[in-house]
Write a protein that binds this ligand. Structure first.
Ligand code: C2E
Ligand code: CA
Ligand code: CA
Length: 410
């Protein structure tokens, strides 16, 4: 986004924010509540409507912020689409109230260049009580913002004890992940994928586990994102691909089945690395696994946000002959254009749809639509997270032939 002078939207900047916080701390003996506000998916506004519209949206949001606060409050622009709002002499209730009001006020439709647009925001808040540095206050609000976004955006969250605990745990895991690799605490597990027609195992998905010496088992959900952010994923990813291939070949030899498929998850950062194709090539070579028996899983978000280099990587992978799948299908941008851009072989129906399959007709309709789409495009489809016989029954009625989940194995 183009950096415009902050005056054009009537907001102060970072250094004014800092000065203001310092003065409040000196006068009131503690920091005031701070909100950090971020526009949801603002990039897509710029991308689809152009910068002129984007700037107008920003101005409108800024205007709505200014209209929702008191004259003694301060609004500062932190970055392209991020604002900080300081609320001196307001208690917790008051701060929650302002955050709530901002979320609803800003989400009202706005008229921009003859179009009606809706721009929502996410807000992270921190109260000043017990906070002794400005950085700490900002970090707290930032963590809360992160949680607000994780919880689906268009809402607000305040920093609290549970977020504090989560931050501490995350920081610790960040440091310990290095040791985990060096001391072989990571382990590749296989979850079977079975046929809904005859119950036979048709493949496995490699899922990484961390057997932590003092914290116990940690699921990939928790540490993969840490690994992505710290860059450890590069090393982790190489380990998973080669170790999964090696173990898988061992298992297939033992059970005497040479038709099973191995699925391995690839995260966004791994996919963006030009080395991915050569990592895969070496893993296949070392294990002797045929390329067509390996399928790499990537999420919609990964594909959508893939940089130019990823297109090249994808082509290289196709040339090697490995298969590819879209993971968590239906939860991301769900734009069909990337199905053309990245001609994958398989879609995996996200477990949130399977979860509600029995009770929610909408989930059933979504699953049905995905299955029809896959069929029309001649893609394979697999349902994830199948936990009950009832779910399995509906899935096979709808024509889904492959499934995985706790019903058969964790
Ligand atoms: P995913 O690819 O969607 O993997 C499926 C997740 O669902 C796994 O969680 C699995 O344990 C869980 N699951 C399987 N069956 C059921 C079920 O019946 N019910 C429920 N509620 N859950 C089920 P896990 O192992 O924690 O992995 C979470 C995510 O972390 C994975 O989501 C995947 O995106 C990522 N991940 C896991 N292993 C790797 C890896 O080796 N490399 C990369 N890059 N990502 C990985
Ligand atoms: Ca997966
Ligand atoms: Ca999934």
């Amino acid at each position: 986004t183009s950096e415009r002078p902050s005056t054009c939207i009537g907001a102060a900047n970072r250094s004014a924010l800092s000065d203001f916080l310092t003065i409040r701390f000196e006068q009131d003996g503690e920091y005031p509540p701070l909100l950090v506000l971020d526009l949801d998916h603002f990039k897509s506004v710029n991308d689809s409507h152009g910068h002129a519209v984007g700037d107008e949206v920003l101005r409108t949001v800024a205007g709505r912020i200014l209209g929702s606060i008191r004259s003694l409050d301060l609004v500062a622009r932190l970055g392209g689409d991020e604002f900080a709002i300081v609320l001196p002499r307001l208690d917790a209730e008051g701060a929650y109230h302002v955050a709530r009001r901002l979320v609803t006020t800003i989400a009202a439709p706005m008229q921009v260049e003859g179009r009606s647009l809706v721009q929502t925001v996410s807000i992270g808040g921190a109260l000043g009580t017990g906070v002794v540095t400005e950085t700490d206050l900002l970090v707290r609000a930032d963590r809360a913002l992160y949680v607000a976004k994780e919880q689906g955006r268009n809402g607000y969250t305040f920093f609290d004890r549970s977020i504090h605990q989560a931050v501490l745990r995350r920081l610790a895991l960040e440091g310990e992940l290095r040791t985990a690799i060096d001391e072989s605490q990571l382990e590749v597990n296989f979850q079977p994928e079975f046929s809904t027609v005859d119950g036979r195992i048709v493949g496995v998905e490699a899922l990484l586990r961390w057997n932590h010496p003092s914290r116990g088992r940690i699921s990939a959900d928790e540490f993969i994102s840490v690994a992505e952010q710290t860059g450890t994923i590069d090393e982790l990813g190489e380990y998973v691909v080669s170790e999964a291939c090696r173990l898988f070949v061992e298992i297939c030899d033992r059970v005497g089945d040479q038709d099973l498929l191995l699925r391995v998850n690839i995260s966004a950062r791994e996919f963006a690395r030009p080395e991915l194709a050569s990592t895969v090539r070496s893993a296949l070579k070392a294990s002797g696994l045929a390329p067509t028996r390996l399928c790499l899983e990537m999420t919609e978000t990964t594909l959508m946000e893939a940089p130019e280099v990823a297109l090249e990587t994808f082509a290289q992978l196709q040339a090697i002959g490995v298969k590819s799948a879209i993971d968590d299908f239906g939860t991301g941008y769900s734009s069909l254009s990337y199905l053309k851009q990245f001609p994958v072989d398989c879609v995996k129906i996200d477990r949130t749809f399977v979860e509600d399959l029995v009770t929610d007709p909408h989930s059933r309709a979504i699953v049905e639509a995905i299955l029809r789409l896959a069929e029309a495009m001649e893609l394979e489809s697999v349902a994830e997270g199948v936990e009950s016989d009832e779910q399995l029954k509906i899935l096979s009625e709808l024509g889904c032939r492959r499934a995985q989940g706790f019903l058969v194995a964790g």
